[in-house]
Design a protein around this ligand. Structure first.
Ligand code: SAH
Ligand code: SF4
Length: 374
């Protein structure tokens, strides 16, 4: 059986090299070819021995999920729809900004958690993405964006340390696409390790953010295994409302969630937790709720990111008016909580948060139940 090298972190790649009778240190060289130079053709890996290249061609592949469609928004946001087999598709979105380029990566085909305001959640769930499918999104994006110094446009001499590695277009990764990253924990961790590996993408822990709806025990496990930046989807200042918007809150209520956030901070690469708060008109955007939120976060070093709600077909929610978002933001800022409002990007190509529809063969039956209700 051939092994997809995109699915192997440094340790697994060294083990694979040993299995095919090679010295484990060759893994570093191979890792650079695959991730830093985006090379998938073993015959091109010029500083590997001919015999090794032949062995690799027999035993391994470097293959990301095929691109079904590729769209660029007026604001430069780019969205790829990827075929992950069996009628399932997931999305990857690149958001260029003046000082950074952020790639929003999916971790599951669908999501089991069924948040009311999320298009992915309403589609149901099919399966976890593999490590290769998660890392493959970054690998593919770097290639597509022409960011590989060893790619068609680049200077491959960098591989021997003689040339510069070049600037990467993707400077930040957020695991905020389809799915709940922490519920795909066993694949998430090796994927994060590849993103951080100096021989691969070399991203710092601050530049990789896991966004979670708040799966408590797994926040603690992430803290142990690979404490990258953490964003927590809050969306409500009390349990009554959060129970309604995010069913997971019934299992892991706010007080316990915030305690886990505080525990996370002692290993986190930043000294605050980012809380995401989607602005739903007349639901969670009132002055009273701003006050409740301020009180709730009094003992948690936080930043808040307000996300204007992105509507999708069949939703009963509306986005809060701009003035309401501003008032909410002003109240939080006045209380000393640094609050930013996310710009809606890529909505003309349905690439905005929560619009990642993909295509999911629902195994939970949720999509069918939703249709009956609608
Ligand atoms: N499952 C993870 C990560 C994926 S969702 C999580 O929930 O955090 C990424 C972010 O988009 C979350 O903060 C989510 O609440 C938000 N989101 C979901 N649907 C949205 C919508 N329709 N409009 C705006 N943001 C949305
Ligand atoms: Fe899943 Fe996140 Fe959407 Fe909730 S908001 S359904 S956790 S993807």
């Amino acid at each position: 059986m051939t092994v997809n090298l995109l699915g192997l972190d440094a340790q697994a790649l060294a083990a694979f090299m040993a299995e095919i009778g090679e010295k484990p240190f060759r893994a570093k060289q191979l890792m650079r070819w695959v991730h830093r130079f985006g090379e998938s053709n073993f015959t091109e890996m010029s500083d590997l021995a001919q015999t090794l290249r032949e062995k690799l061609a027999r035993a391994a592949v470097v293959a990301a999920a095929p691109v079904i469609s590729d769209g660029v928004s007026e604001d430069g946001t780019r969205k790829w729809l990827l075929d992950v087999g069996n009628g399932n598709a997931v999305e990857t979105v690149f958001i260029p900004e003046a000082s950074r380029g952020t790639l929003c990566v999916s971790t599951q085909a669908g999501c089991t958690l069924a948040c009311e305001f999320c298009s992915t959640g309403r589609q149901g769930f099919n399966r976890n993405l593999t490590v290769a499918e998660i890392v493959g999104q970054l690998w593919m994006a770097n290639r597509e964006l022409g960011a590989m110094p060893g790619g068609a446009q680049g200077d491959r001499q960098g591989i021997n340390g003689r040339g510069a590695c070049g600037d990467r277009v993707v400077s930040n990764v957020v695991l905020m696409g389809m799915g709940e990253p922490l519920l795909n924990f066993d694949n998430l961790i090796p994927a994060l390790r590849v993103m951080l590996d100096d021989n691969a993408y070399g991203l710092s822990r601050r530049r990789v953010t896991v966004s979670t709806s708040g799966i408590l025990p797994l926040i603690d496990r992430l803290r142990e295994a690979c404490p990258v930046a953490l964003a927590v989807s809050l969306h409500a200042p009390n349990d009554t409302l959060r129970d309604r918007l995010m069913p997971i809150n019934r299992k892991y209520p706010l007080r316990e969630l915030l305690a886990a956030c505080v525990r996370y901070l002692d290993r986190a690469p930043r000294d605050f937790i980012t809380f995401e708060y989607v602005m739903l008109s007349g639901v969670n955007d009132g002055e009273q709720q701003a006050m409740e939120l301020i009180a709730l976060l009094a003992d948690v070093p936080s930043k808040i990111n307000l996300i204007p709600f992105n509507p999708f077909p069949g939703t009963e929610f509306r986005c809060s008016p701009r003035a309401v978002i501003r008032r909410f933001s002003d109240s939080l800022n006045a209380a000393g909580i640094v609050t930013t409002t996310r710009k809606t990007r890529g909505d003309d190509i349905d690439a905005a948060c929560g619009q990642l529809a993909g295509q999911v063969r629902d195994r939970t039956g949720r999509a069918i139940r939703m249709e009956k209700v609608a």
